[in-house]
Design a protein around this ligand. Structure first.
Ligand SMILES: C[S@@+](CC[C@H](N)C(=O)[O-])C[C@H]1O[C@@H](n2cnc3c(N)ncnc32)[C@H](O)[C@@H]1O
Length: 226
């Protein structure tokens, strides 16, 4: 099978791939089904697809065969970027994992890879905080929606480290700046999630309660255009 247009991907993975710069060699870290790796190969990159578990690598192998890109995708059993040699890749995708796990993978060494496309499923604040303290600049951010769920993706590059405010770490500096079309809906959903947490906490004034109340106020403010 050939031709990128016939390969269906979820809106989340489409968003991740839209953000991914063209590179001669690209890594897909935590590849699982391997679909992002296959699409990158169909786009013309050589891909190193890694996973910490053997089962996902076998799932990826089946998709790589199905889309006839065996000559362009190499599978490696690897914890994060550990099996990548310094200078081997021009970009890396780390998608579908918690923000803290993504930061942990990056903190073990970024192997001279200049650009990373990161798609955290949670802990966005912690990931942006790590990036801002470790020499990364957030180049671009995007949001997509799948049913009721919103996803965020971040293109981060080495160099030009930037200071981020607390609000930017929570919401996303480039999402705020660009007044992303889905920002209002995304922040409304974050607000509803935080309100549910607040309900569970109950009436007593605790640091966690105050933190949730402040987040709800922030989501409301930026959801209406900042
Ligand atoms: C939920 S899947 C995401 C798959 C794909 N990247 C996506 O976005 O659809 C997470 C994958 O990351 C792998 N994984 C978890 N921790 C990892 C690590 N430290 N290094 C490499 N892969 C890891 C898991 O085995 C799993 O296959």
């Amino acid at each position: 099978m050939t031709g990128e247009t016939v390969m269906p991907l979820s809106p989340r993975l489409e968003m991740v791939l839209r953000l991914t710069p063209d590179a001669a060699v690209c890594c897909d870290v935590g590849t699982d089904h391997g679909l992002a790796a296959v699409r990158l190969a169909l786009r013309g990159s050589r891909v190193i697809a890694t996973d910490i578990n053997r089962g996902p690598l076998e799932r990826a192998r089946a998709n790589i065969r199905r889309w006839a890109v065996e000559d362009r995708v190499e599978l490696r059993l690897s914890d994060g970027l550990s099996a990548i040699k310094p200078g081997e890749a021009g970009c890396a995708v780390i998608a579908g994992m918690g923000g803290e796990l993504i930061a942990e993978i990056l903190s073990k060494g970024t192997k001279d890879i200049p650009s990373f496309v990161l798609q955290p499923q949670s802990k966005h604040y912690e990931l942006r905080d790590w990036l801002s303290k470790n020499g990364f600049r957030i180049v671009q951010e995007d949001i997509c929606r799948e049913g009721q769920r919103y996803y965020v993706a971040i293109l981060a590059a080495h160099g030009g480290q930037e200071f981020l405010t607390e609000e930017e770490k929570h919401i996303g500096p480039r999402l705020i700046e660009s007044r992303h079309l889905l920002l209002g809906g995304y922040l409304a959903s974050r607000r509803r999630e935080t309100e549910k947490i607040l309900e569970k906490i109950g009436g007593a004034s605790t640091p966690r309660r105050n933190e949730c109340a402040a987040l709800i106020e922030m989501y409301a403010k930026y959801g209406q255009g900042g």
